[in-house]
Design a protein around this ligand. Structure first.
Ligand code: G3P
Ligand code: CA
Length: 276
């Protein structure tokens, strides 16, 4: 099913888990309130291979786990998350607006004390779990404190760090050259261009994985057989987001992708059992 790997993947991707990986996107936001401890606990209990989370550095320097720049869509508060402190965010109901896709008017977790987690709490709560940590701010000054936090938790071998932004990831690589990183948007598009020009063997990737959608917009296909071959030639696994239906999961698995990033980890774990 998989192409030949010409170079070995980063050790982060070589250890333990059986491929293809199931990655719980925001902990599995279709099954539990996204980016909350409840979601991460549930996904971990299913045996997923990695938890994906998004982080912002807030006013007092801590990293809060949250997808949107503003609190409005998911919580009972409003406004930019980065202006808050730990103290004010502790009072926020992180599950206030979450509803199951099949029951959009019910809010089963509202008012039950679900708070926004902080990154160090996740790393401490799941000492053996792999994390994909997405930095939502393209700010190079975040690299040193993030790396220090990861090192304090001795988590440098069980995290991969990504961002759409290029500057912050470059800074992470300078601070921690051995920690795994994902391709930024710019790096993905450059690699795709080389694939299309049949020049991918000349790429010199500084990244250790792709975490990308199969298509960018409606028309630009990123992940196909040629892209997978080229990525694997360089020892770079390809994880695809956000895949929430069984048909697409199976099609991508059969194509040879290395990981599915999904809001529905229960469905993906059941599918993974079937394909083995
Ligand atoms: O790794 C990127 C993936 O998580 C998709 O982006 O917007 O859901 O954080 P987003
Ligand atoms: Ca993300």
């Amino acid at each position: 099913m998989h192409s030949i790997w010409q170079r070995l993947p980063h050790p982060f991707f070589a250890q333990g888990a059986s491929r293809p990986w199931v990655v719980a996107h925001r902990g599995g936001g279709a099954e539990n309130p996204e980016n909350t401890l409840q979601a991460f606990i549930h996904a971990a209990s299913l045996g997923v291979d990695m938890l994906e989370c998004d982080v912002y550095r807030i006013a007092d320097g801590r990293f809060v786990v949250m997808h949107d720049a503003h609190l409005d869509r998911t919580t009972d508060a409003v406004g930019p998350v980065v202006l808050h402190t730990t103290e004010t965010l502790r009072k926020v109901d992180a599950a206030y607006r979450w509803a199951r896709p099949e029951a959009p008017d019910a809010y089963p977790w509202r008012g039950r004390g679900v708070s926004l987690p902080f990154l160090e709490e996740l790393l401490a709560q799941f000492p053996l779990m792999r994390f994909s940590i997405e930095l939502k701010q393209d700010d190079p000054t975040l690299a040193a404190p993030l790396v220090a936090l990861i090192q304090r938790h001795k988590a440098q071998d069980r995290v991969v760090i990504g961002s759409f932004g290029h500057r912050v990831i470059q800074a992470v690589r300078e601070c921690a050259p051995t920690v795994a990183t994902q391709a930024t948007r710019r790096e993905t598009l450059l690699f795709l261009l080389l694939v299309r020009l049949r020049l991918a063997r000349f790429a010199r990737p500084r990244f250790n994985a792709f975490a990308i959608p199969q298509k960018s917009g409606k028309h630009l296909t990123l992940v196909d057989a040629a892209f997978l071959r080229a990525a694997h030639y360089h020892g770079v696994p390809v994880h695809v987001w956000t895949v929430n239906d069984a048909v697409t999961m199976e099609r991508l698995w059969r194509m040879g992708v290395d990981g599915i990033i999904t809001d529905r980890p229960t469905l993906a774990m059941a599918g993974k059992q079937l394909i083995h």
